[in-house]
Design a protein around this ligand. Structure first.
Ligand code: GDP
Length: 219
């Protein structure tokens, strides 16, 4: 079995993911400084990645909504931690983290987000997993490694999700996913399985929903 094989997911897992994302997804709060974080309670999952990786598109594809996470006109516009509750009982909290690596952002702003993200990741017991989005055409970049190191040091579980998998040729996609899988295998807090997705074609979306729904049950 390759690391990108999701065949171990049962029909029940897939159905659970679908049910969760059919429920409401409600914007809770945008947080620009650590004292604005909502109280911890329900399990949380977060999405992180370089700006322009396709994070807004992926969140919109997951939730089946067009406007939940705004697709960036200017890359790197999401500068807050955006919290949403998900499901009929609001059983899971979804966190859209600011995209990193936006070259035109002022240094002081970058410093501010880096601190906010670091504080959030280190201190959040409710955070079950960070989904680290990687562009399927480009693979892991130096600033993704910085984020991985932060997550390893904070001992926060994370899983790589390749985005825009409709873009590369099948052979290139296979190569990038093998490279990403091999690199993650060396990282202490990384989950070994890499998910391959496309917001455009819907590839891998049911599997990602299932992976997220499985985390809603963790204490
Ligand atoms: P964000 O900055 O990470 O939130 O990225 P966006 O969701 O705004 O997407 C950045 C660009 O990538 C936009 O031009 C999207 O149309 C494009 N994009 C996003 N997802 C996909 C995908 O699955 N396939 C393709 N081909 N393009 C995508």
């Amino acid at each position: 079995m390759s690391a990108t094989d999701t065949s171990e997911l049962s029909a029940e897992d897939i159905a659970k993911g679908e049910a969760l994302f059919k429920g409401p997804c409600v914007f809770l709060r945008g947080v620009a400084s650590i004292d604005g974080l909502p109280a911890e309670g329900r399990p949380e999952i977060a999405f992180a990645g370089r700006s322009n990786v396709g994070k807004s598109s992926l969140i919109n594809a997951l939730t089946g909504r067009k406007t939940l996470a705004r697709v960036s006109v200017t890359p790197g516009r999401t500068r807050e931690l955006n919290f949403f509750t998900l499901g009929h009982k609001g059983e899971l909290v979804l966190v859209d983290m600011p995209g990193y690596g936006y070259a035109k952002a002022p240094k002081s702003a970058v410093k501010g987000w880096t601190r906010l993200i670091g504080d959030y990741l280190r201190g959040r017991r409710a955070l079950k997993r960070v989904f680290l989005l990687i562009d399927a055409r480009h693979g892991i970049k130096p600033n993704d490694r910085e984020t991985m190191t932060l997550l390893d040091e904070a001992a926060v579980s994370y899983q790589a999700v390749l985005t825009k998998a409709d873009k590369p040729k099948a052979s290139e996609l296979e190569e990038v996913s093998s490279e990403v899988t091999a690199e993650l295998a060396k990282r202490p807090a990384a989950y070994p399985q890499v998910l391959v997705t496309s917001a455009r074609t819907g590839m891998g979306i049911p599997e990602l929903r299932a992976a997220i729904a499985a985390l809603a049950d963790t204490p």
